[in-house]
Design a protein around this ligand. Structure first.
Ligand code: PLP
Length: 375
């Protein structure tokens, strides 16, 4: 028997420590992808490890229809830290489920069906989230998907204004597109999206699955943009490696959510992990480090390879380097010759999503490696 979905890479990772992972032969790699952005605090962070171990000693799972202290504490923490007036949370296991819930909640709360989404956007691989994802590569084999989805160019307020109408349930958007190539929204776009959706009575959903947890310099990118959407979806780094997703929403959404539910919603182990992660991100001022290290990395990359590559762009520690040739060849060279692990974003972009706790020495190491790779 063997799995058949992931293309396995020729490195067997056995353990991790901070920004590094180690293969079965003991070779050390700098994890500049934070394992799909899932470990904002780095591998094996003691606060998360002990919260999980302590919870495992007590009970692994509590039926979701009973309250558990860890989940209640996580609800409170997320309510306290989300942009006002967002203070309700639905918990699940992944980013796609968080978006799936957001789309269902929007349809139920508005009574409308149309969803507006963006070109190059990525929201997940279950049928609803997939229908709002742009690339045919992900969608074609599974059609027909859910209907009534209209795509608009990203970062184009006029096109959005034309598309959002009285039949629109929601506009779903990444504040910085990740999978689509690291495309930050320009100033004013998210504010315009707020105004346009509000006027139409549609829900505004920020997919912060990749931008959340401090990656772009604030716990939520929404806070940097000073826009409070109706829903924020999160996953990836929320449990520092444990599978947990969240749909944060305003009261009018929560009060009309319909009948959505899930067996594993907010189990105590993943809630303990997420609680410890969010608290540590806030207490250790991790978003500020992400902002400072992001600026440093962008500046150093620009100085070292700005003339060799097509573009370097990003926000905080969400950085894309558009290389002239296929990103996969560059990624392979980075991993095998320089022991630096990064991610692709489309065919031409090398994506850096390191742990948010990195310092200048980690940034310098990746700049040196990139300089040799793009030479
Ligand atoms: C912006 C965004 N939304 C949703 C998802 C889907 O998350 P998951 O893979 O946990 O289902 C991803 C995953 O890459 C993502 O980057």
């Amino acid at each position: 028997m063997s799995g058949f979905v992931f293309n396995e890479k020729p490195i067997q990772i056995e353990r991790g420590d901070g920004a590094y992972v180690y293969d079965d032969g003991g070779t050390e790699y700098l994890d500049m992808g934070a394992s799909y952005a899932c470990v904002p605090l780095g591998h094996g962070h003691p606060a998360v490890q002990s919260a999980v171990s302590e919870q495992l000693e007590k009970i692994t799972y509590v039926q979701a229809s009973y309250p558990n202290a860890e989940r209640t504490a996580l609800y409170d923490l997320l309510a306290d830290t989300a942009p006002d007036p967002i203070d309700k949370t639905w918990l699940c296991n992944s980013g796609t489920e968080a978006n799936e819930a957001a789309l269902k909640f929007a349809r139920s709360a508005t009574g409308d069906s149309k969803i507006v989404a963006t070109m190059q956007g990525f929201h997940g691989r279950t049928m609803g989230a997939l229908a709002t994802t742009w690339k045919n590569k992900y969608k074609k084999p599974y059609e027909p998907l859910i209907g009534d989805v209209e795509f608009v160019p990203y970062d184009d307020s006029e096109a959005l204004d034309e598309a959002v109408d009285e039949d629109t349930a929601a506009f779903i958007v990444e504040p910085v597109q990740g999978e689509g190539g690291i495309n930050p929204a320009s100033d004013g776009y998210l504010e315009a999206a707020r105004e346009i959706t509000e006027d139409a009575g549609a829900a505004l959903i920020f997919d912060e699955v990749q931008t959340g947890m401090g990656r772009t310099g604030a716990l939520w990118n929404s806070q940097r943009a000073a826009v409070a959407p109706d829903m924020i979806t999160a996953a990836k780094g929320l449990g520092n490696g444990l599978p947990v997703g969240a749909t944060l929403c305003r009261d009018w959404i929560a009060e009309n959510y319909g009948s959505h539910a899930s067996t594993f919603s907010g189990g105590p182990v993943i809630s303990a992990a997420a609680g410890a992660t969010v608290s540590t991100v806030i207490d250790d001022e991790v978003p500020a480090n992400a902002a400072a290290m992001g600026d440093y990395l962008l500046t150093e990359l620009e100085a070292a390879i700005g003339d060799e590559v097509r573009d370097i762009r990003g926000e905080g520690l969400m950085i894309g380097v558009e290389v002239g040739r296929g990103a996969n060849a560059a990624l392979k060279e980075l991993a095998l010759n320089h022991q630096v692990l990064a991610l692709p974003a489309g065919r031409t972009v090398v994506r850096l999503l390191p742990p948010l706790t990195i310092d200048e020495s980690h940034a310098d190491a990746v700049v040196d490696a990139m300089a040799e790779v793009v030479e």
